[in-house]
Structure formats: C-alpha cells, structure tokens
Write a protein that binds this ligand. Structure first.
Ligand code: IMP
Length: 193
C-alpha cells in the first residue's frame, strides 16, 4: 500500500516541490488536508527543536506519520543570529521581510566578515521514530539588496563566488542549490531508499 506522510505546512510551494521530488511513491498531505488548522507554537531555541515540535504536534494529536521543516539564516558576524528568529528578526511579533533585510544590512555595517549560511532542518516521525535531516548553503550577505526574484532574504544572500544574490540568480537556479532543496533531497533519499 502507498505510504502517506503529512507535511506540517500549508505552504503550497513547499508542498508542490516535495511532491514533485517524491513522485508517486509517497502521498504527501498538508495540514489543511488532515483538518489541522492549529497555530502550532514554534517556541524552541533551535531549528531542530521547532521542526520537532511541529512534527510531534501532528504525530501525537492525529496519529499520522509526519515531517516538518524549519529554516534559519545564520550570520557569522552576528554569532549565528538571526537563526531561529529569522522570520521575525526585525519585529518579534510579525514577519516583515523588507524590514528584516534593512536591519541585517545595518547590523553588518563595518563587520569584518559577511559570511552567512542558510540552514534547513527537517524532522521526520515514522511510527514514533524521530529522524533529522539538514540542508545548508554557505554564502555571504551582499552590501545592498539586489535582484527581484524569490522572497525573504533572497535579495541580500549571495550563495556563491560569482557575486549574484539568490534574487538575481532566479528561482530555478536557486532551487537547485538551496538549503531547502538540499534538506528535501536528503529526506527523499532516505524515504525512497
Ligand atoms: P521557514 O522556516 O521556511 O518559514 O523560514 C523562516 C524564514 O526564513 C522565512 O520567513 C524567511 O524570512 C527566511 N527564509 C527561508 N528560506 C528562505 C529562502 O530561500 N530565501 C530567503 N529567505 C528565506
């Protein structure tokens, strides 16, 4: 029988990305599709902790095998911040991507290094067994915002040595090398093995 897994998200882009990678082998259901409309608290101090909270929430309440993700931008000169607070870096009570980018560029003025990385953690729970997967893309924070594609920190994050930001690279090229693509690939490799 076909295996079913809940992905603890309602993000349509994330769902279609993983469904495309898993093909027909595994059916992936969203939170809405299992009737879960809870605002799952993300209160852990680490990406691993938050991914586990979300996966356990579904596994414990719905009894369904599940996985969940959490992503953070870790900036070397800021001691790994904003990390687990990446979405609400500028304002603790809301997600404002433009303000996040402005704050990041301001905090890095005069910094000795602009090295940074995006890190995605995926927590999988199957039959009560928990497993973590990780995807990392190393890069640098650009001196100013550049490019129009993508979302969030894409205009300020340069993943390679050619000086292009994720927002200049375009979605297709980004999705081949991104933190999330790498974490999803690690999960899919495990599930399809
Ligand atoms: P989430 O865990 O996928 O919701 O990601 C947390 C936050 O990290 C998002 O709200 C964005 O601000 C940022 N983020 C995650 N992935 C990316 C990306 O690929 N590009 C730019 N920003 C990202």
């Amino acid at each position: 029988m076909k295996q079913t897994l809940v992905f603890a998200t309602n993000n349509a882009h994330k769902l279609s990305e993983i469904r495309a990678m898993l093909g027909d082998a595994i059916e992936v259901r969203s939170l809405a599709e299992i009737g879960c409309f809870d605002d799952i608290p993300e209160t852990a101090p680490t990406l691993e902790g938050n991914a586990l909270i979300k996966a356990r929430w579904v596994y414990e309440r719905y009894g369904l095998n599940c996985f969940a993700d959490d992503t953070g931008l870790e900036v070397e000169a800021l001691g790994g911040r904003p990390g687990v607070h990446t979405a609400r870096y500028a304002y603790p009570d809301r997600h404002d991507p433009e303000a996040n980018n402005r704050k990041l560029l301001a905090e890095l003025q005069g910094a000795a290094t602009r090295a940074a990385r995006f890190r995605t953690v995926i927590a999988l729970i199957q039959g009560g067994e928990e497993k973590l997967f990780e995807g990392i893309v190393e890069g640098e924070i650009a001196p100013c915002e550049r490019g129009t594609d993508g979302f969030g920190y894409d205009p300020v994050f340069m993943p390679g040595t050619d000086g292009l930001t994720f927002a200049e690279l375009g979605v297709e090229a980004k999705n081949r090398i991104s933190h999330r693509a790498r974490a999803v690939a690690a999960l899919c490799q495990y599930l399809l093995k």
